[in-house]
Write a protein that binds this ligand. Structure first.
Ligand SMILES: C=C(O[C@@H]1C=C(C(=O)O)C=C[C@H]1O)C(=O)O
Length: 428
């Protein structure tokens, strides 16, 4: 099996035939401001796990795309095949990392929209018009007629009490020294008697969180404000977030400053995350630019301290090699990384049976040249089945962290996902 891809730019007439907010019908997505990549249908899917999950995925993807198009059919341009992927946070996770190769990839840019058709190298294809007609006819139905957008809460793996106890335990470990920061998370299991409406949820996520990257890969979906790493040619960029304050708490500039940009605890937590990214990226970079002081990123639910990092890469390093080196960052793991990961595994997975799985891992897309974009899978959820969705959120614990405040922060971080799950009627 070997995939190849061709593409053509959509005409105005074709653009008019696209449903508005097409993300609802996409089987995979990674988009921001309604621009980005959307995958439809599935040609192939494979899973990986363990410490080698990134390099295994890179090797398998290289193999799957090793045949280049010899003769590009009339009306098309040759293009690099694209896949979407989601990788687990921890190498020990029981949850598989997934790579999916769509049949069609819609690439929505600032000034033009391209449709990529991905196919087995042995297939003969017709004209762009035929491919476009097939694409439209194969779009799944997106009837948002489900009236009931309510849900109830079932037992979590990490209950609110268990989460606060874990924060307390982590604070005690931090006091002993050795660990500076550890990020702890909790889950919530939601049940909908009528079934969740995934297309409507995706449309609502993209609509309400335009500055975030709205993602969907396999059963993982959400809108993350944090870009783990993106690579285009020799340029790489990332956005580090760490340090959070709820918008309902910080209601004026003075409060935002005292609770965030002037708070030594928040600055310390943020700096730990920036330093660890810079350290992991250094071996791959000839040049790096890091904003001198963090800026305040305003999201619909919270404010974050943010730092943008850009780098020039030494080599044609695949984005999967970059992801392998920097995942998980200190923003979602802690510092020192290995010790923090041990504490997370012990307090979450071993004590409470909460394996993070894909939450806080890497989610995004890449092409056959190793270019791509990956976000940190935050502010999201796992679709367990038609009636059950599990949400996750966490926060950085440092010396002096307060369990009740950390719990409140996780509530604020789950809000956008819950809001999207509830807005079915309003957005349809
Ligand atoms: C862990 C999460 O968020 C991360 C933790 C943050 C913090 O501790 O302040 C801020 C942004 C993210 O890097 C989450 O959203 O679940």
């Amino acid at each position: 099996m070997s995939f190849t891809a061709v593409a053509f730019q959509l005409s105005d007439a074709q653009l008019e035939q696209l449903p508005t907010q097409i993300i609802g019908q996409a089987s995979s997505a990674f988009s921001r401001h309604h621009r980005g990549k959307f995958g439809f249908g599935e040609r192939y899917r494979f899973c990986t796990h363990g410490p080698q999950r990134f390099s295994n995925a890179r090797d398998r993807w290289d193999e799957l795309t090793s045949t280049s198009v010899t003769a590009v059919p009339t009306g098309f341009t040759a293009s690099a095949p694209v896949c979407f992927a989601a990788f687990s946070f921890d190498a020990r996770s029981d949850v598989d990392s997934v790579v999916t190769v769509p049949k069609y990839v819609l690439d929505v840019g600032e000034t033009s929209t391209w449709l990529h058709y991905q196919y087995d190298a042995s297939e003969t294809i017709a004209t762009p018009e035929t491919v476009f007609a097939a694409f439209i006819s194969e779009l799944p139905a997106d009837t948002a007629t489900v009236g009931d957008a309510t849900f109830t809460y079932l037992a979590a793996q990490m209950t609110e009490t268990a989460f606060q106890d874990s924060v307390q335990a982590a604070v005690a470990m931090l006091a002993e020294g050795g660990i500076e920061k550890v990020v702890l998370a909790r889950d919530e299991l939601l049940h909908s008697a009528t079934g969740f409406h995934i297309p409507a949820t995706l449309r609502a996520l993209a609509h309400h969180n335009p500055t975030a990257w709205t993602y969907k890969v396999a059963n993982l979906m959400g809108s993350t404000p944090e870009l783990l790493i993106a690579r285009k040619d020799a340029a790489a960029k990332a956005r580090v977030l760490a340090g959070t304050v709820d918008r309902t708490v910080a209601v004026n500039e003075q409060l935002i400053a005292t609770q965030l940009s002037d708070s030594p605890k928040q600055i310390f937590e943020h700096q730990a995350a920036v330093d660890s990214l810079v350290e992991k990226l250094t071996p791959f970079a000839t040049e790096m630019n890091v904003s001198e002081t963090p800026f305040v990123l305003a999201l619909p639910n919270v404010y974050h301290l943010a730092t943008d990092v850009s780098a020039q890469l030494t080599d044609a390093t695949s984005i999967l090699d970059l992801v392998a080196a920097i995942n998980p960052t200190a923003a979602v793991g802690g510092t020192p990384r290995d010790l923090a990961l041990e504490v997370i595994w012990e307090l979450e997975a071993q004590t409470h049976g909460m394996d993070r799985g894909l939450y806080a891992g890497a989610v995004g897309w890449l092409d056959a040249h190793g270019h791509g974009e990956f976000g940190i899978a935050l502010r999201g959820s796992i679709i367990e089945d038609a009636h059950h969705i599990r949400l996750y959120a966490g926060g950085g614990i440092v010396e002096g962290s307060d369990p009740a405040e950390e719990l409140a922060e996780t509530h604020a971080k789950m809000r956008p996902m819950k809001h999207a799950l509830r807005t079915i009627a309003a957005d349809s």
